[in-house]
Write a protein that binds this ligand. Structure first.
Ligand SMILES: NC(=O)c1ccc[n+]([C@@H]2O[C@H](COP(=O)([O-])OP(=O)(O)OC[C@H]3O[C@@H](n4cnc5c(N)ncnc54)[C@H](OP(=O)(O)O)[C@@H]3O)[C@@H](O)[C@H]2O)c1
Length: 328
């Protein structure tokens, strides 16, 4: 079977396509024949050797895929060959056959396209737990989503709307603002201005009767994080998801005291590994909302497996709007 292989950490362009032996499932494992694989910002970090968990070399990147189960290992009774699933792995998804834990597979609703399913795992799960678990979001609240045109951001915007909130989309590249509106944003918050520190709060106050945002989902860090802290409402919740803007922010504790603000972090892979049953419940809800037409996979482009470097370049070069997916 063919797989993308990185012989060393470095630029995605160093990846090669290789023929590898087909995997055999061990106890509790399944093999999934890949039809589509979601490409994520963390894949870029893994490939470049900048991710917190570095795979042993050589390795196949990729954290999620959708396809059909072809074989099951000992003790696996919830899946059988032919079942259509989305599956998550630490790495290895950019291959024709992928070994996955049986508890890391999620049944696809009838009729759901593999490409859509591959785009509705990691980023939706991240947005789900950021919003509902760490952010304590309740219907009727206002959520400021930074990085709103990226994978996590667009998923968060859609979830806020599907779950009955008001969505403020923080957008840096303003030519992408229409995509945020299409994902359901009630208001666009322009993050590209010179005076972000006051400008962000002024814009949020203008659309919330000077109340501020109840929750902020932040995949950016840096200056947008600092500015967003000042735009939170009384008892607001800031959820740290990532640092795409490049700087890990430092928090002044007096901000927390003065407005009763809570700051929490969100690590998606911990929910995946420590609470697979909760992850399965969340994914079933995400797929149910998709079936009901309340969520839409945000696939901007698809690439063949051998063009992984082009797909990752879209993310690296900040051209991404929603998700890119590899089709196998
Ligand atoms: N904690 C977790 O478990 C978890 C899970 C998934 C992702 N993440 C992290 O969350 C962040 C976003 O992930 P994603 O999948 O949404 O990424 P993505 O699809 O590449 O989107 C990133 C978004 O950030 C915006 N952005 C603003 N300033 C940026 C800058 N200086 N550099 C790059 N992008 C910038 C981009 O919009 P503009 O083009 O408009 O600027 C883009 O919409 C990443 O840091 C990722 O590692 C964390």
């Amino acid at each position: 079977m063919r797989a993308v292989v990185m012989e060393a950490f470095g630029a995605p362009e160093q990846a090669v396509l290789k023929d590898l032996p087909a995997p055999v499932p061990g106890p509790g494992e399944v093999v999934v024949r890949t039809r589509a694989a979601g490409v994520n910002y963390p894949d870029l970090l893994v490939v470049e050797g900048k991710y917190q968990h570095k795979p042993p070399l050589p390795f196949t990147p990729g954290k999620e895929l959708a396809g059909e189960i072809v074989s099951v290992g000992a003790g696996v009774d919830q899946w059988k060959p032919g079942d259509r699933v989305m599956a998550q792995v630490e790495y290895g998804a950019f291959a024709e056959d992928v070994l996955a834990g049986a508890d890391q597979c999620f049944a696809l609703p009838d009729g759901m396209a593999f490409t859509d399913a591959a785009a509705m795992g990691l980023v939706y799960q991240t947005a789900w737990f950021a919003l509902l678990d760490r952010g304590g979001f309740k219907p009727g609240e206002t959520v400021l989503v930074l990085g709103a045109t990226g994978g996590v951001g667009m998923a968060a915007l859609q979830l806020v709307k599907a779950l009955g909130g008001t969505a403020l989309a923080g957008v840096t590249t303003m030519s992408k603002a229409d995509a945020a509106r299409a994902a359901g944003a009630d208001h666009i918050i322009d993050l590209s201005g010179e005076d972000l520190r006051d400008g962000l709060r002024d814009q949020v106050y203008a659309v919330t009767d000077a109340k501020g945002a109840d929750v902020c989902i932040d995949p950016l860090g840096g200056d947008p994080f600092d500015a967003a802290m000042r735009a939170l409402a009384w008892c607001g919740r800031m959820v740290v998801v990532g640092f795409a803007a490049g700087r890990i922010p430092v928090i002044k504790a007096n901000y927390l005291l003065v407005k009763n603000i809570a700051v929490s972090g969100l690590q998606w892979s911990d929910y995946r590994d420590r609470t697979p049953a909760r992850m399965a419940e969340a994914q079933a809800e995400i797929f149910r909302l998709h079936t009901e037409g309340k969520l839409k996979a945000n696939v901007m482009a698809t690439y063949p497996l051998e063009d992984m470097a082009d797909a990752l370049a879209v993310i690296r070069d900040r051209k991404v709007v929603g998700k890119v997916v590899l089709e196998v």
